[in-house]
Design a protein around this ligand. Sequence first.
Ligand code: FNR
Length: 366
Amino acid sequence: MTDDLFTPLELRETEIPNRLMVSPMCQYSVEERDGLATPWHHVHLGSRAVGGAGLVMAEATAVEPRGRITPEDLGIWSEEHAEALADTTAFVESQGAVPGIQLAHAGRKASKSRPWEGSEPVHPDEGGWEVVAPSEKPWPYEGEPPETRVMTKEDIADVVDSFRTAAEHALDAGFEVAEVHAAHGYLLHEFLSPVTNDRDDEYGGSFENRTRLVREVTEAVREVWPEEKPVFVRISGTDWLEGRDSWTVEQSARLADDLYECGADLIDVSSGGISPDSSPDWVGPNYQLALAEHVRENRQTDVAVGTVGGITTAEQADAIVRNERADLAIVGREFLRDPYFGLHAAQELDALDRNEEPIQYHRAFR
Ligand code: FNR
């Protein structure tokens, strides 16, 4: 039988009740610049679980303080951070959804102000910090960029350890899926792409060398993530810089299989973000689906593939799954506009018996 939007997705021993995932979306809403979750995060994630998403992925959550994009980012570098998220994961689960967390390090794109404050560099004397990256080139800010330090091999080993420890804290917080953030021009993508990696050691140059760090991080997360629970990796399927030495969809397909061998179960295919000109010419419905499809069609392993970008209707998400173009439909902004997108989709596709509303809302849906 053909799978559809409301067919559960089984990955290892985790059953995601439907194919709708809330895309990780930074809320920049930590109050004391200490990485600790606040009521905003609880309500934001909790209401999408109420709203019928199968998997609720928490935002890019920093594995170490230096890895935050802004001082207001969520962090998961201590047990205190885990405790601050525990009620949220328990609530998400109580609503029948699977709680996930995106583990992140912002690399050279760290230490800036929030988008609504201009995404300007925040310097150490203003509460920012020195940023680390594979190579010297800072993100091309208009103003003075933050100090960018080229990572030594010890720094690289420390980052791998930070991801491993962060995954342990995430597990203690009650998350069921860990997603490694290797997209959008942040640290792991900076190693993958020749645009930002001009190292001449074993972390730069060849495909094997550029992919070494993300493989090491995935293996480290897998080491501590229970055998029965899934690990995802989000990648940028392409840098959109054809004609330049850059990250491409062909490399993505190859990497997907390598990551499967490192213990990843699903590759979440996004795109862009490595430089200011690294974006698609057109952004509309399913604008990144061809990238996910390429990875899925060319995979040599059983790795599952998710697509994100411009998914805004139930029919569209359902068609992606039915036509086997991707295994998971990942929805960002539509879930901000409509926290109950999952329930509305079930209503529209006449599938409320398979994606039930909470009993408290019964009178609104039946
Ligand atoms: C994002 N995006 C994003 N991506 C990611 O991997 N980690 C993150 O923390 C964030 N943060 C974030 C915040 C906000 C407010 C938005 C709108 C987006 C990108 C997001 O997950 C998604 O990939 C894109 O928005 C494209 O999907 P939609 O919005 O077209 O469904």
